[in-house]
Design a protein. Structure first.
Length: 81
């Protein structure tokens, strides 16, 4: 779940902090969000691997935007993810 969002996120997406905190960011997805890229991100994270993808996401008013996601898993000193 989202534990922090800044004011720019709120201005850009049209959502308030109250609406998004505690939510999974999937609420930004919509009909044109690339399912194959979402699946790739999910699988990479399950495997503990870095991944990147550019997704079509949606503002609260329905307007689309391109969201570049860069995910880097954090491993402990023994390599456990």
């Amino acid at each position: 779940p989202m534990v922090y969002v800044n004011d720019v996120f709120c201005e850009f997406t049209g959502y308030t902090k109250r609406e998004v905190l505690g939510s999974n960011c999937r609420f930004l997805q919509g009909p044109h969000t690339e399912a194959s890229k979402v699946a790739q991100l999910s699988e990479s994270l399950r495997q503990g691997e870095a991944c990147a993808a550019c997704l079509t996401n949606y503002r609260k008013d329905g307007e689309t935007f391109q969201n570049l996601l860069l995910c880097l898993p954090v491993h402990d000193s023994t390599g456990v993810y």
